[in-house]
Design a protein around this ligand. Sequence first.
Ligand SMILES: CSC[C@H]1O[C@@H](n2cnc3c(O)ncnc32)[C@H](O)[C@@H]1O
Ligand SMILES: [Zn+2]
Length: 433
Amino acid sequence: MIKNVKIISIEKKTVSDGYLEIDGKIIKKVNKGEPPIETLNQVSRVIDGKGKWLLPGFVNTHTHVGMNLLRGYSDELPLQRWLQEKMWPFEAKLDRASVAAARRLALVEMLKSGTTTFLEMYHLFMDDFAEEIQDVGIRATLMRSMIGLCPTEEQEAKLKEAKEFALNWHQKAEGRIQTMLAPHAPYTCPPNFIKRIVEEATALQLPVHMHLAETKKEVDDHINEYGLHPVHHLDELGVLKEVDWLFAHGVFLEDEHLEVLQSAKSVAISHNPISNLKLGSGIAAVSKWQQYDLNICLGTDSVASNNTLDMVEEMRMAALIHKGIERDPTVVTSIDALHMATLNGSKALQFEGVKGIKEGAEADFVLINGNQAHLQPESQLFSHLVYALNSQDVTDVYVQGVALMENKQLLTLDEEKIIYEANHEFRQVMSRL
Ligand SMILES: CSC[C@H]1O[C@@H](n2cnc3c(O)ncnc32)[C@H](O)[C@@H]1O
Ligand SMILES: [Zn+2]
């Protein structure tokens, strides 16, 4: 039980001083005031949350944490050159140990900044990662993603591997792992390959995740090659109504595309504002997206294009940038940004039990040290959480009722060793380049 804490409900938009009782994985009771003495006597542990704020953990709906050794490796290039000249040659030299070191570094960074759930789209050593997630206790939606710039037999081999991975790990780790199928993008997966992937996803009832309309070049090239915008092309292929989709980016989506997406089976879009700015891709029209029946969530993308996995920064950027570009301070409110960074994300990643701070929900939450100058006066907490919070203010992280960080100490990861090994592995990869 956590008592004496400020409990923040994003969906109700309320803050109350009270206590939270946890029973196993689940929030058993959320109440105002002091817990009854009988309950205090029954529970195994009582934590005093004085000065702290309790809210849902952050959900990062698009990243590639296998790339975590590429932070700062290539700044200031546009997407296609960045991928082809820098990312792919470096990634070709990654091995099992370097990918593991990269991911552990990412797990430290994510947990320390309050992320309780994330989506990993990657193609290397995914079984190792699923096992690690099982041990570390974080929650993740995983996929062995596919680039289809290869002969059909090779595409089919990748798809077989992706399906096996998805089936082996779906709803494993006590329900903390979900899986999806993931064609990388329309410019790396030919139409027939996308159709094959969606066919398999339909049979397995899995959602599909893909980069979409990230740059103007991507869209222009697609129109030149196929005569259609990627969204119209997906519609023509008949794949939009078959499965639940989670797209990343969507920087180049106009009303005509949003209308098509709205009529699909179900569509979530992961907004990645910092990556889109850094790669010079542009700014997605999020306030326009909000006029459609689409689930808008947030992601960081990898540290090679961000350059952190910090959802607090991402949320703040999402709440600020649209106000500036539209010259309208009323768009993308703080409560919109909080929804995007938490509850919309867990819905997009299909964790239906992660539904906020309420009785019966899975106990995924973070504690914030509210007792700091930059979070005063202790009023207008929804504003502070978006416009003033720093991810270092996160002190405790819980997933399924289990503490993964307490008073800023990680309990299931050895931070010092992980930092040492990441630097060692980075030098190893560089020596192979
Ligand atoms: C096969 S999926 C992993 C693959 O994705 C590449 N990647 C990383 N960030 C982006 C991005 O913003 N757009 C498109 N592709 C991206 C990365 O190089 C990985 O190999
Ligand atoms: Zn990406």
